[in-house]
Design a protein around this ligand. Structure first.
Ligand SMILES: *[C@@H]1O[C@H](CO)[C@@H](O)[C@H](O)[C@H]1NC(C)=O
Length: 315
């Protein structure tokens, strides 16, 4: 008898839990339809955080993004300096986040649509950079110009003598080990400053933040970034000689962004452009022993060398 009762109770419990779960799924389905928003990131920077904006159902771009997100294949982000492509994330309070990436020059129409979605207003078919500015999109004009050209297959090269056959004397023991940096959960949270200083903080480190005063983004130039690095405990150098420390080089995209390279044990330079993969080639795909002559893409100012000692504060 007691046995029967127990079975009955278990059965009842199962039925009840079934009811509860069924209604839960229904509820989730409904809220999903109304609640999905898309977070669009233009992946273009190496040092600072990328511009990101949110698209909800009130945006005129909502339908095309929804359609593209569901039907267009993911393509990997680019690996070199400047425009790397777009990331689109669904954001919904109680759901798993999904990410979709569009690599540079992989799908001109979709990339153009995503760039335009930075606006609140409808735009003409022509991708006019001036209208992108006037519609409230706060991405700097030069960045929009660079991305527009890259989408259309026009890539700017700068320098291009990355290999002059002389290796700088180097006591630093860092090795080019891309698998360490390119693993999921690491690659997207560590940038060129993390990589250059060989400090994995998972915070997309910013010069000066570790020491309490982050660099001033309104004025990104050599002196601003070098000073912020000095506050973090790095040593400003007059030339490519760091003594017992490790050697890092700084380049600047004037007014926009900063980028670091580091010299590895083998005498070649390597780097990690933003949230993209750690690589040992420059913007022209050449290996680098002469960092001053390398192709830095839009980072046209060579700002100098820094020494990375043991006691630094990176965050
Ligand atoms: C090679 O480049 C480095 C700087 O990156 C420079 O110090 C060195 O003098 C160059 N060597 C030659 C032979 O030009």
């Amino acid at each position: 008898m007691a046995h029967m009762m127990r079975r009955l109770i278990i059965l009842l419990g199962l039925m009840l839990s079934g009811v509860c779960c069924l209604s839960k799924t229904n509820h989730r389905k409904n809220s999903k339809h109304a609640g999905v928003t898309y977070e669009v990131t233009l992946d273009v920077y190496s040092g600072r955080e990328n511009p990101t904006w949110e698209i909800d159902h009130t945006s005129p771009h909502y339908k095309s993004i929804e359609k593209a997100f569901k039907s267009v294949k993911k393509t990997p982000l680019g690996e070199h300096l400047g425009y790397h492509g777009f990331l689109v994330k669904t954001t919904e309070a109680h759901d798993r986040k999904e990410i979709w990436t569009v690599g540079p020059g992989k799908n001109k129409e979709i990339e153009t649509m995503l760039l335009k979605s930075c606006c609140n207003a409808h735009l003409t078919e022509e991708l006019e950079t001036s209208s992108l500015q006037s519609c409230g999109c706060s991405i700097p004009r030069v960045v929009i110009d660079l991305v527009t050209r890259a989408i259309n297959g026009i890539i700017h090269h700068f320098n291009g003598h990355s290999n002059n056959g002389t290796h700088i004397a180097n006591k630093c023991k860092t090795r080019f080990e891309p698998h360490v940096w390119n693993a999921p959960g690491v690659i997207e949270y560590n940038n060129c400053y993390n990589y250059g200083t060989n400090r994995r903080t998972n915070t997309f480190a910013q010069p000066g933040r570790g020491s309490g005063r982050i660099l001033n983004f309104a004025n990104v130039d050599a002196n601003e970034v070098l000073s912020a690095c000095a506050r973090d405990g790095l040593t400003r150098l007059n030339g490519p000689n760091a003594g017992d420390d490790c050697l890092m080089a700084l380049v600047i995209w004037p007014g926009i962004d900063f980028h670091f390279y580091r010299l590895d044990e083998n005498g070649f330079w390597s780097h990690k452009p933003g949230r993209t993969a750690a690589i040992d080639t420059d913007h022209s795909m050449n290996r680098m022993d002469d960092i001053e002559g390398a192709d830095h893409g839009p980072y046209t100012v060579f700002a100098g060398y820094l020494g990375v000692g043991k006691h630094i504060n990176i965050n």
